[in-house]
Design a protein around this ligand. Structure first.
Ligand code: SF4
Length: 365
C-alpha cells in the first residue's frame, strides 16, 4: 500500500540536497529520476522554466496527441459533515443553504450538459453518508449512464465493496484529492468529520483500482502547505505508484490552487503563476503518461496558456452550485469560478491553439 512508500519518500524529500549543477543534463535524458524532478521543482531560473515548458509540450504532444478532453462537473448535493477549514461546503459554514437534487432534477441537469456535447461527467457531493448515501449516488450513476460514456465521482472515500457496487452500475472514474500529504497539517486543516481519517482517504485509489475502476484522478490543494513542493512531489510519487501498480488504469493529476479570495483561512503560501507552471511542466517531464487536469478555478489567461504545455483535460462552462445548470441560483458554490466562458468559447480557444477538443476517451458500449 502507498502508506509505507509515503513514509520513505518523506524522508527522501527531507534529506534531498538541492544542488543546481548539471540541471541542463536533465533535458537530454529519456527518463528523469526523482532527484531530477526535485531539481526542476526547486529551480527558480526563468530560462530553465522556458526549457521545461518546451520539453513538456513535446512530451505531451507525443503521448497524448494534440487533444484536450473536456468534462463537466455536476454538483448534486452540498450537504457535508466535515469541517475542512478551506472549503465553502464545510459544516463550519452555517449560513450555506444546503441542497440536494431530486433524481428528476439530476436528469434535467444531465440533459443540459449532454446538449452542450459533454460525454464525460464528474458527479460531486459534499461528504455526507446520510444525505448523499450510496444508493443516492448509485441512482445518479444509473441516470448518467443513459447520457455519458465516462462517469466519474468526487465524493467521500468509499470502501472496496462500495466502489465495486458503483463500478458494476457503470461508474468509470474516481477523483479524490489528498489535499496535503503532510499528515500533521492534514489533521489541523480537517477539524472534524470522517475525512479526518488520513489513511482511509490515502488508500481510496487502491480500493477503487481493485474494484475495477478505469480512471483515477488524484491531487493536492496548492496553498494549504507552506512547502508546496513537498505536496507536488508526493502527489507525483503517488501517481507514479498507481501507474506502476495498475498499468491498465488511466491516472491523472490535478493541482487546484486555492485562491486568496475564496479562502476562509490565511493562505500561507499562495502559489504564484510561475511556480504553478513550474509544477505542471516538471510533473509532465517526470511522468510522461500521466493526465494533467486544470479546472475553471484558474483564470482564462492561465488556462489558455497551459493548452499545449502539459495539460490534457479541462472542465468547461462549469457551475459549482447544486442545480446550477438548470436553476438561476444565487447560491454560493464550492469555490469561485474564475473562467466563466461558455463551452463554445473554450472550444474556440483550443482550436485556435492547434488542438482538438474531445468529449470522451472511449465510446459507451
Ligand atoms: S472539501 Fe469536501 S469534505 Fe471538505 S468541507 Fe468541502 S465538500 Fe466537505
Amino acid at each position: 500500500m502507498f502508506k509505507e512508500i509515503l513514509q520513505k519518500e518523506k524522508e527522501f524529500f527531507l534529506n534531498f540536497k538541492n544542488y543546481d549543477n548539471h540541471i541542463n543534463d536533465i533535458f537530454i535524458k529519456e527518463k528523469i529520476t526523482k532527484q531530477d524532478f526535485l531539481k526542476l521543482l526547486f529551480n527558480e531560473d526563468d530560462l530553465i522554466l522556458e526549457k521545461m515548458a518546451l520539453e513538456s509540450k513535446i512530451i505531451t504532444d507525443k503521448f497524448f496527441g494534440k487533444t484536450i478532453l473536456l468534462y463537466a462537473p455536476l454538483y448534486i448535493s452540498n450537504y457535508c459533515e466535515n469541517e475542512c477549514v478551506y472549503c465553502g461546503f464545510s459544516a463550519l459554514n452555517r449560513e450555506l443553504k444546503r441542497k440536494k437534487l431530486k433524481l428528476e432534477e439530476i436528469e434535467k441537469e444531465m440533459i443540459i450538459l449532454k446538449e452542450k456535447s459533454f460525454n464525460t461527467i464528474l458527479l460531486l457531493t459534499g461528504d455526507d453518508r446520510i444525505n448523499s448515501d450510496i444508493d443516492y449516488i448509485a441512482e445518479a450513476i444509473k441516470i448518467a449512464k443513459k447520457y455519458f460514456s465516462e462517469i466519474l465521482i468526487e465524493i467521500y472515500a468509499l470502501t472496496y465493496e462500495e466502489y465495486k457496487y458503483l463500478v458494476e452500475l457503470g461508474l468509470t472514474g474516481l477523483t479524490i484529492y489528498q489535499e496535503t500529504y503532510d499528515e500533521k497539517l492534514y489533521d489541523k486543516l480537517h477539524l472534524a468529520g470522517p475525512k479526518k481519517n488520513f489513511n482511509f482517504r490515502l488508500e481510496a485509489p487502491d480500493r477503487a483500482a481493485k474494484a475495477g475502476i478505469k480512471e483515477i484522478n488524484i491531487g493536492c490543494l496548492l496553498g494549504l502547505n507552506k512547502n508546496a513542493v513537498f505536496d507536488v512531489y508526493l502527489t507525483a510519487i503517488h501517481a507514479d505508484y498507481l501507474l506502476r501498480k495498475y498499468p491498465d488504469i488511466e491516472i491523472s493529476i490535478s493541482y487546484p490552487r486555492i485562491q486568496p479570495a475564496e479562502a476562509k483561512i490565511k493562505i500561507e503560501n499562495f502559489v504564484s503563476d510561475r511556480n504553478f507552471l513550474r509544477y505542471i511542466t516538471a510533473t509532465r517531464i517526470f511522468l510522461q503518461r500521466v493526465g494533467l487536469n486544470v479546472s475553471t478555478r484558474e483564470k482564462e489567461i492561465i488556462r489558455d496558456n497551459l493548452i499545449g504545455l502539459g495539460i490534457t483535460k479541462m472542465s468547461a462552462g462549469s457551475k459549482t452550485t447544486v442545480g446550477g445548470y438548470h436553476l438561476n441560483t444565487k447560491d454560493k458554490g464550492q469555490f469561485e469560478i474564475s473562467d466563466k466562458r461558455s463551452v463554445e468559447e473554450i472550444i474556440e480557444v483550443i482550436i485556435k491553439k492547434g488542438y482538438r477538443p474531445e468529449f470522451t476517451n472511449w465510446v459507451k458500449i
